[in-house]
Design a protein around this ligand. Sequence first.
Ligand SMILES: Cc1cc2nc3c(=O)[nH]c(=O)nc-3n(C[C@H](O)[C@H](O)[C@H](O)COP(=O)(O)O)c2cc1C
Length: 366
Amino acid sequence: MAYDTLFTPIEMGNQTFKNRVFMAPLTRLRAIEPGDIPTILAAEYYAQRAGAGLIITEATQVSLQAKGYAGAPGIHDEEQVTAWKVITDAVHAKDGKIVVQLWHTGLVSHESVQPEGKAPISASKINVGVRTSLRDDNGNPIRVEGTTPRAASLDEINQVIADFAQATKYAKQAGFDGVEIHGAHGYLLHQFWAEHTNKRDDNYGGSRENRARLMLQVIDACVDAWDKDHVGIRVSPLGSFNNVDVGYNEEEAIWLVEQINERGLMYLHLSEPDWAGGTPYSTEFRQKLRQAFHNSIIAAGGYTPEKAQTMVEAGYIDAVAFGRDYIANPDLAQRIKKGVALNEQHPETFYGGGIKGYTDYPFMSE
Ligand SMILES: Cc1cc2nc3c(=O)[nH]c(=O)nc-3n(C[C@H](O)[C@H](O)[C@H](O)COP(=O)(O)O)c2cc1C
């Protein structure tokens, strides 16, 4: 059997996961509007991928205000919860496990998808020139410039924290095996962390303690809403994502991970910069990450099975998450195990559309 290490079970929180080949969170922009409701096709798509040790869903809005992309699903009302329950049941029926990635997009948004057509919130009123995705009259995705954000008020910050907590309760109700807080890629929590986008002079800006406050308060609220064994977080602590640049301050990144570690979460998910053309992590940084975070570490970003096996055996990570390969290969884990070649990817169907490029990638036996 190839890559034996990747096929040993892993304990995270109080659960056992059958292998270490995970499915990374992947926005596919196929949800129903209005309502931001995941489709029945999404149940088929995720169930097809239940061979993964863990499926992390596409990023999912915690509120109406958290929305930045037309076609991304939400988890902030009962109708959405009912739709997600169909999905978690389908994955569990195939012996899979699934957590939902919870996001607030902050400035990566557009007034046309915001409540009352307002400007989206962020830490400060700073336009980083980001683009997002809306739908044209035929429902096809179109790229547009984001609306210049406004600085969130303290009431709005408190509401964001409450929305993450409520979404966590909904996730439990919908049958998920946990939640992953999206603290990465230049979305709201990252916008507060990055000096580049945070020019506040209150308790949420300035020092690193202040810039980390929102992320840590969101973690604490989600843990209160469920428990630490069912809450993970994704971070991208080095490099630039969505034009939000935190530079290469390894010391600050490790400090942030230490604060997260104190919460005793189910896992830390590192989105590494390689896949987006960023500088790869140094071995020294990996060693420091391992010392700073005591529970499971998942890593993603331009991984191959070889690299994953090497990193797990070196003790730097515990599991790998594959993104694009999981889009194109519903049975990716089984293919890796058997050494079967992967399907060709079709990036033009990554975002938006229907069955094509979603549920029609062939399994290896076909
Ligand atoms: C189509 C697409 C959608 C993505 N959506 C998300 C997302 O919703 N949340 C997230 O944290 N990362 C998202 N990512 C990043 C992936 O999770 C992953 O980190 C990235 O694809 C690198 O891994 P890979 O080299 O295995 O593809 C997305 C990437 C792609 C290609």
